[in-house]
Design a protein around this ligand. Structure first.
Ligand code: ITT
Length: 185
């Protein structure tokens, strides 16, 4: 018998799903993985990108689904790479980002969770974590983990044992979970 989940998480990125699954389990929500490449429109607004991704995900799976769109916004680069974080990671990568930075290393990691079901009207939950970009690339983690230091920590996401408790993903999923569990009552 196939397992039935409360919710699907549509993404091409297994790491995102694995973290989201653990976080939502804390709120008694069972998350299944729908691994797929979603249409990502080019836009300056993460919210618009997230809404379109959620509509596309629902169209593909026809089940209640969430997607997540993230962006790393670096202050001294006027918010770059922001909505282009995925493309920039795949092109210049962490090494290329470090080469662009001077003394001001402040940044925010933003996560938008978008839920969509048969209503075809995505509901969005946004959160961000302020932090800094490290001087060197640290071992471990994935994506920007080796260079992003959250809040007042002195370690990058890659080096922290409790990334899942303080990440941008955690806060937006928590908002979603509270809303979703109330919706069910
Ligand atoms: P989707 O299929 O879900 O879109 P993606 O990996 O393209 O997967 P995003 O566009 O949301 O995801 O992410 C933008 C970039 O930020 C991408 O390069 C991710 O690897 C990176 N990223 C997102 N969350 C991260 C985290 O918690 N730690 C490190 N890098 C992260």
């Amino acid at each position: 018998m196939p397992k039935s989940y409360d919710m699907l998480f549509a993404s091409s990125n297994t790491h995102k799903y694995e973290e989201a699954e653990k976080i939502l389990a804390e709120f008694d929500i069972e998350l299944g993985f729908f691994q797929t490449e979603l249409i990502e429109i080019q836009d300056d607004s993460l919210s618009k990108i997230a809404s379109q991704k959620a509509l596309n995900a629902y169209e593909k799976c026809k089940k209640p689904v969430i997607i997540e769109d993230d962006g790393l916004f670096i202050n001294s680069l006027s918010g770059f790479p922001g909505p282009y974080s995925s493309y920039i990671f795949d092109t210049i990568g962490n090494n290329g980002i470090l080469k662009l930075l001077g003394d001001n290393r402040d940044a925010q990691f933003v996560a938008i969770i978008a839920f969509c079901d048969s209503s075809n009207e995505p509901t969005l939950f946004e959160s961000s974590v302020a932090g800094t970009i490290s001087k060197n690339i640290q071992d471990g983690g994935w994506g920007y983990d080796p260079i992003f230091i959250p809040g007042k920590q002195n370690k990058t996401y890659a080096e922290l044992d409790n990334k899942n408790k303080l990440s941008h993903r955690y806060e937006s999923l928590k908002k979603f979970a509270i809303w979703f569990n109330n919706k069910l009552v």
